[in-house]
Write a new protein. Sequence first.
Length: 185
Amino acid sequence: ADLPAIKRVLRVPLNLEMGAHPEIVAVACRVRPRQATLVPERRRELTTEGGLNLRSGERRIGLAVERLTRAGIRVSLFIDPDPASVRLSAKIGVPMVELHTGRYAAARTRSARARAFLSLSRASALASGAGLVVAAGHGLDYHNVRPVAAIPEMEELNIGFSIMARALEKGLPRAVREMAELVHR
């Protein structure tokens, strides 16, 4: 993909979701998106299956954060909604975290969804208390987004797949409008 060309024609800020690999970080530093969200990458993975493992990757992720920040790029870490990940994110020095909502979205019972939502709420409060901007994403859709959007500390939701899937049937303007109505209620 020609990222510089894509960046030139975008009417919204560019956010690269990317691994913390030095080669990828170098590309991001050349392109200079508004934001880079560091996500885990596993071979043969179809979609992100969880947050970054900050315990084992703290040094590598810290170096990527430092390099991207020096290039003037806001950095966010995609993490699981647990206290240890929030604390390590603050220690690494990022201004923002994106909480993985996969467990919440995939919950099959009311009690499992309630437990996952409680984790999201607590992690949001902890992150905000540590001075971090809080975002969330993964598996959010038209049926489950409202409670997450209502978390007081939540500043951004990343919802791509669900909107694009609905757009195939309803058209993109309507799909976006319907999601915006759910998020802003």
